[in-house]
Design a protein around this ligand. Structure first.
Ligand code: XMP
Ligand code: MG
Length: 183
């Protein structure tokens, strides 16, 4: 039996590789500008797994010395939504006290996950914590979170690719797509 086509289940492209690369470049330049005169260390935190592609790309567009760290929080929700409960599965390796932290997310939906992550990181006395998300679904927001860097504001559609998954698949599609029928 042969494998199904790798992009089956996709109804349309939302952002092409070129559009993503251009926006990531702009965000990287903005972050570089905002942090170039700060003396404290800058740590970029990737929230696994959805942010891996965005993390890898944006870090190369920040033209400053940085440290990269990774955090994994569990989600007990269904396949389309994050859960209301957030548990730390893998914590940071770096100490963030007195340092500037930028949390990199793939998508902010309800904001509930980030609210909890930000509370935890904030309790460790960093110099600052900022948020950078590739996609922002503002219409779904339930928790009040301030997002400093946004790639694209999107409508309430389920998206895949460039790190974003459905049942752990589709992360390696290089563009952002709207999910279609899986039949
Ligand atoms: P919050 O707490 O902001 O959680 O609701 C955001 C997380 O929910 C998942 N999510 C999506 N994943 N396509 C996805 O592949 C989507 O359209 C989508 N909307 C939300 C994702 O894990 C994100 O980190
Ligand atoms: Mg995620």
């Amino acid at each position: 039996m042969s494998k199904k086509p790798w992009d089956k289940g996709i109804s349309r492209k939302m952002y092409t590789e070129e559009q993503i690369a251009q926006r990531v470049k702009e965000l990287g330049a903005q972050i570089t500008e905002d942090f170039k005169d700060k003396e404290e260390d800058l740590i970029i935190v990737c929230l696994l797994k959805g942010s891996i592609m965005f993390m890898a790309d944006i870090c190369r567009e920040i033209k400053l010395p940085i440290k990269m760290d990774f955090m994994s929080v569990s989600s007990y929700g269904d396949d389309f939504e994050s859960s209301r409960e957030v548990k730390i599965v893998k914590d940071l390796d770096e100490k963030i006290m007195g340092k500037h932290v930028i949390v990199v997310e793939d998508i902010i939906d309800s904001g509930l996950t980030l609210k909890k992550v930000l509370k935890l990181l904030g309790s460790r006395s960093p110099a600052s914590v900022s948020l950078c998300t590739l996609l922002n679904k503002e219409v779904r927001r339930e928790a009040d979170v301030e997002v400093q860097y946004i790639g694209f504001d999107i409508e309430d559609e389920f998206v895949l690719g460039y790190g974003l998954d459905y049942k752990q698949e589709y992360r390696n599609i290089p563009y952002v797509a709207v999910m279609g029928s899986l039949d």
